[in-house]
Design a protein around this ligand. Structure first.
Ligand code: AMP
Length: 279
């Protein structure tokens, strides 16, 4: 049974006892509304560490003023059920505990933090880097697990750990998808029935583009055709569709493996992101 902890001293006492006993501690940061994608991270954490802390915190500083912070799904009771037998502790801090000095972001990762998602959502990655740094300080885990669903975020956290000299191993877990290919996301519940029927086309269409790139077609041409195709399928706006180097996320106009094709698109009021490895 996962124990829900809301006080920092209690969390620290719990983790200190494990550390004193020489046990390996894993952290899985989440914003709750847990689905099978999150649980894949928790299950892997369970395999790799003796104790697992899952944080559940809808982080206000990573949402822009016109974004979905207030309507973001909050399903704590169900989340606690899902964590049964998988996590030791659900760390559920209040905004006041997480931001005792008031809500602000004090961490900026230059370059990667300003690009793609960072360019479309100014301040987003400052909020992510700040909260993850605080979580690392609170939990002091040996390992921390992140989903490749948010591939740029995963790269950003690796940079954060490196730049700040934080002693934690950052582990990436492949994207978990619905049977039709749609990447699982807490935001998929915003989709209407019609939008939900279109949504899997994002992954399917990206895969067609990837086959063309691997077959030697010019990258920019494939990107252009893929964007046109997505618009035909009913995606209402394409924020970006880009091929990037897998390790640095540097732009790539001529394909060289390993790469990632990354996309952010809209279906009505819902924004979907996805990425696929190209190798
Ligand atoms: P979130 O609650 O959306 O902030 O996600 C918490 C963690 O779960 C992040 O590391 C995400 O990348 C990861 N995650 C979310 N969806 C998926 C998915 N479909 N597959 C794998 N990991 C995921």
């Amino acid at each position: 049974m996962a124990q829900q902890i809301t006080e920092l001293v209690e969390l620290k006492n719990r983790v200190d006892a494990w550390r004193k006993a020489g046990r390996c501690v894993a952290l899985v940061p989440t914003m709750g509304a847990l689905h099978a994608g999150h649980l894949a991270l928790v299950k892997e954490a369970r395999k790799q560490a003796e104790h697992v802390v899952v944080s559940i915190f809808v982080n206000p500083t990573q949402f822009g003023p016109s974004e979905d912070f207030s309507r973001y799904p909050r399903t704590l009771e169900q989340d606690m059920q899902s964590l049964q037998g998988l996590a030791d502790v659900a760390w559920v801090p209040s905004v006041e505990i997480m931001y005792p000095q008031g809500q602000h972001s004090d961490t900026h990762i230059e370059g990667i933090g300003d690009d793609l998602e960072g360019a479309m959502r100014p301040g987003h990655f400052d909020g992510v880097a700040t909260v993850v740094k605080y979580l690392f300080e609170q939990v002091r885990p040996d390992i921390a697990l992140f989903g490749e669903k948010d591939y740029q975020q995963f790269c950003l956290i690796k940079r954060l750990v490196n730049d700040c000299g934080i002693d934690v191993s950052v582990i990436g877990i492949p994207t978990v998808r619905e049977a039709d290919g749609l990447a699982m996301s807490s935001r998929n519940r915003y989709l209407s029935k019609e939008e939900r029927a279109i949504a899997p086309q994002l992954y399917q269409t990206m895969k067609v583009g990837i086959d063309l790139i691997k077959g030697g077609e010019p990258v920019q041409q494939v990107i252009g055709h893929t964007i046109e195709q997505l618009e035909k399928e009913g995606f209402t706006k394409i924020d970006y569709l880009e091929l990037r180097a897998e390790d640095t996320l540097a732009p790539m106009t001529v394909y060289r493996a390993p790469a990632r094709l990354l996309a952010a698109v809209w279906l009505g009021k819902t924004r979907l992101i996805d990425n696929v490895r190209v190798a």
